[in-house]
Design a protein around this ligand. Structure first.
Ligand code: PBG
Length: 327
């Protein structure tokens, strides 16, 4: 057969397949979520996220060591406070659970990069992401609290803050507060296009942050919308965000593609709890090969245009990259 084009030439062995890969993965681009529980000593398995653990402040270093031995060098901290109230006051307590975890980790492992998720839903007794006025979250009152939380994380020594609340104007409010207090060099990773998603279910069980009434549709985005994601990214970029994020990842690969092309800022994707839990459940039922599904989904997010990925599989993906299964 006289065929000019034989794409199969580049698919064979002898290293050519790896040579021609269009998407390269690196452990440097992975961020591992760590849940720190103020009331816990030691570790406790998270029922809704098989293979994941809550860490007490006395064992948070164990989480870091597990990351480091797999090659993961970045984490995202989530706090489970001992005390919750209507205004989420323990979120900005200088002795709060995340503030303490930051201090402990940065003291022991100064080179380990610590990002703190910045939201109020784990700290309010009603589980919403801000201060309530009646049954609505009051946007502008919430901004003051978010700025206060950001400053307390900065003072504790965090490397980056990541607001996940979806209030309007939060990036500007946080930037202004950080700058006014001398933290001009502290970057903000904005959860810019965060959708009102059913994929957060296992996280809310893990973080104890499910709203006690209503839902988050008043502030998180409608999954039907694509242009609105561009608007949110544009606003966050204008307000001074250093990194943009799309969340969840797998059902929003189109949004990752579009926003990563439209904005000249690094793009993060968050492969959320439901994405992880679905793979775990399907694998436990013997329906899929967990390792290969994990690898393929991670590759798809980077192929879509993400520069970095927050994932509960970060340690396993880093090991897969090291072994040469992907990357
Ligand atoms: C806090 C926050 C949530 C997640 C990250 N930050 C929950 C929510 O918005 O309800 C979800 C992460 C996941 O599902 O893995 N607002």
């Amino acid at each position: 057969m006289d065929l000019t084009h034989r794409p199969r030439r580049l698919r064979g062995g002898g290293g050519v397949r790896r040579l021609c890969r269009e998407t390269r993965l690196s452990p440097d681009a992975l961020i591992y979520p760590i849940f720190v529980d103020e009331t816990l000593s030691g570790t406790r398995p998270i029922e809704s996220l098989p293979g994941q653990f809550h860490y007490g402040l006395d064992s948070v270093c164990q989480a870091v060591e597990e990351c480091q031995s797999s090659g993961v060098t970045h984490c995202m901290l989530f706090g489970l406070p001992a005390h919750k109230d209507a205004c989420g006051s323990s979120a900005w307590d200088p002795e709060g659970v995340v503030q303490k975890a930051i201090q402990i980790i940065k003291k022991q492992y100064p080179g380990f990069y610590v990002i703190a998720d910045l939201c109020m839903c784990e700290y309010t007794d009603h589980g919403h992401c801000g201060i309530l006025s009646g049954h609505e979250v009051d946007n502008d009152k919430t901004l003051e609290c978010l700025a206060r939380i950001a400053l307390s994380y900065a003072r504790a020594g965090v490397d980056m803050v990541a607001p996940s609340d979806m209030m309007d104007g939060r990036v500007a409010a946080i930037r202004a507060e950080l700058d006014a207090n001398g933290y001009t060099g502290l970057p903000i990773m904005a959860y810019s296009a965060k959708y009102a998603s059913a994929f957060y279910g296992p996280f809310r069980a893990a973080a104890g942050s499910a709203p006690s009434f209503g839902d988050r549709k008043g502030y998180q985005m409608d999954p039907h919308n694509r242009k609105e994601a561009r608007k949110e990214c544009a606003l966050d970029a204008e307000e001074g965000a250093d990194i943009l994020m799309v969340k969840p990842a797998l059902s929003y690969l189109d949004v990752i593609r579009e926003c990563s092309e439209a904005f000249d800022l690094p793009m993060c994707a968050y492969s959320v709890s439901g994405e992880y839990a679905m793979i775990k459940a399907a694998a436990a039922a013997g329906l899929v090969d967990e390792h290969r599904i994990m690898c393929e989904t991670a590759v798809s997010v980077f192929r879509a245009g993400a520069d970095m990925l927050i994932t509960y599989y970060a340690k396993e993906i880093a090991q897969a990259i090291r072994k040469g299964d992907i990357g």
